[in-house]
Design a protein around this ligand. Structure first.
Ligand SMILES: [Zn+2]
Length: 227
């Protein structure tokens, strides 16, 4: 009798721990809202960017997303990145892009090293993060750099975020920032100055390779010629 009870107990414990593991593996995907300032100045600068750079005259600084562009911040923490993005105007140090517009850079999403996802702006509010494509691209910044490649937790978070966005919007493309110039000479490219370009390496070729493996089933396209 006692033996039987003990066996039952062990079985119960085993069942419970298996259930707990399964639950952990399927933890609910969460986004934490941590809004940056989007004041009248930022709105005005965004509308000007849309018109001058993308050639789009709009009344509201919104986008119609068909693409997700993944980045790394090259800034080591969420706090510092948030402070950098939280200003409407570019700081003086960004001279190479300041002549194109005074609008500060930002992104709709920011992912920490542990995979925590923060939403800095509503999904469809304009953010300056990729030349030629801001008007149709949601930006996802990841805390990391060349020296601090993105983590496995960030890989999972980016995958989940892309799945979430794909359910909400007609997302056709997911690209790494380093691939953005491949869209020049495609109908999606909207930049009035053909000479306005920067060289990018984020978020790393390896990360994009691994990410594409994870989202294969979504049939999302990569950059032209780099599928
Ligand atoms: Zn970038």
């Amino acid at each position: 009798m006692i033996m039987k009870y003990a066996v039952k107990q062990v079985l119960l414990i085993l069942l419970c721990s298996t259930a707990a593991l399964t639950l952990r593996a399927q933890a609910t995907f969460r986004i934490f809202d941590k809004p940056i300032i989007f004041d009248a100045e930022r709105k005005q600068l965004s509308l000007e960017y849309l018109e001058k750079r993308h050639g789009l005259k709009q009344n509201e600084p919104t986008i119609k997303p068909v693409m997700v562009v993944l980045h790394w911040t090259a800034i080591p923490s969420i706090e510092v990145t948030f402070d950098v993005f939280n200003k409407s105007k570019l700081p003086g140090a960004r001279k190479e892009i300041a002549t194109a517009s005074a609008l500060n850079v930002s992104s709709q999403f920011l992912v920490d090293r542990d995979g925590t996802v923060f939403r800095l702006l509503p999904d469809t509010v304009f953010a300056r993060h990729v030349i030629g494509l801001n008007y149709c691209a949601i930006g996802v910044e990841n805390i990391g750099s060349e020296k601090n490649p993105l983590t496995p937790a960030q890989l999972v978070a980016n995958e989940q975020l892309i799945r979430y966005l794909k359910r909400k919007y007609p997302i056709e493309y997911v690209i790494g920032h380093y691939e953005y110039t491949l869209f020049k000479h495609t109908p999606l490219w909207k930049e009035t100055d053909p000479a306005y370009s920067t060289h990018k390496t984020d978020p790393g070729i390896d990360f994009m390779k691994r990410l594409r493996e994870q989202i294969k089933d979504l049939n999302i396209k990569g950059a032209p010629g780099h599928n």
